[in-house]
Design a binder for this molecule. Sequence first.
Ligand SMILES: *Cc1c(COP(=O)(O)O)cnc(C)c1O
Length: 357
Amino acid sequence: MILLNPGPVNLSQRVRNALLGDDLCHREPEFSQLQSGIRQDLLNAYGLDNKTWAAILLTGSGTSAMEAMISSLVPDNGKLLVIENGVYGERLSRIADIHGLKHERMAHTWGEEIRYAELENILTEQKSISHLAVVHHETTTGRLNDIQQIAGICARHEVKVLVDAVSSFGAEEIDFDAWQLAAVAATANKCLHAVPGTSFVVTRRDQLNLSGTRPRTLYLNLASYCNNQDQGGTPFTQSVQCYYALSEALKEFAEQGGWQQRRARYRALAAQVRYGFAALGITPLMTEQASSCVLNAYHLPEGMDYQTLHDKLKEQGFVIYAGQGGLSKTLFRISTMGEINADDMQRLLDAMQQITR
Ligand SMILES: *Cc1c(COP(=O)(O)O)cnc(C)c1O
């Protein structure tokens, strides 16, 4: 089956085989080595120095990394501004709400471009805002938010930037140092092509010590994970087999040329689908410029509901993805992450032609 949903993704044979590694206790040196190697490889993915930055590994899906980042890095005397232009931005607000953080929302309609001038005004007027949370690639619509621009505005107001890069880490540009990011949350099973079960936060080490703020969670406390992991340990049992897969996936990622090559590969597949669909009269929601390289949203073909399209494509070996919420009746989404290639996309186009004829 070819998975065109935005994670979990099709695995390479090499990553799948890694899952069959030896049984391993998480209190043994072999585990420490495996974990330290992954942490270093995650920093290497974006050329980060491990004195300034730490990659902190969690066992959970991408949302666990979002929740760990928000709940661990905003102090009681701070205030968070959350930018929303889709499901995942709204999820960041819910996390802030559940943990009782002082926060405000800057709401947009789903898919809308972020209103940068208004953001600048908000930060000028509200001096109490200390942190900003934003989604990089808003998977709801495929829009790639401009983190460089947002981070530039935040830097002028000394606001720290927390990014949900769950569906962009490994395939889009993230200039951690130049953009002065505070932390980024991501996962193993999207652009890094490993399995679901491990997520992570890459944070500036100096963000971890919130003096005067009591931990808000036991299980998702980043400072405690980081202390343990720096010493080769882990506070709780980690998903060992997911570590095996992630370790192998990161080796493959580096050998294939890192995020730059992955972006080039996704872009080529996405363009093949976009132009192929255009020839069948199926139109995208957004321009190529506004979209990520990872996922594009399309209007459903004339006269066909999502379920029918989904089921017919599944019969031919392809899993597509519905729009979320109110978009489920009008859109479908195609992600080009994972171990898939141009031949697969050609077969998708052939199947689509047959179905829509
Ligand atoms: C997939 C995704 C998540 C996390 O979803 P999980 O189901 O918890 O893995 C978070 N943010 C974005 C932008 C995503 O695409």
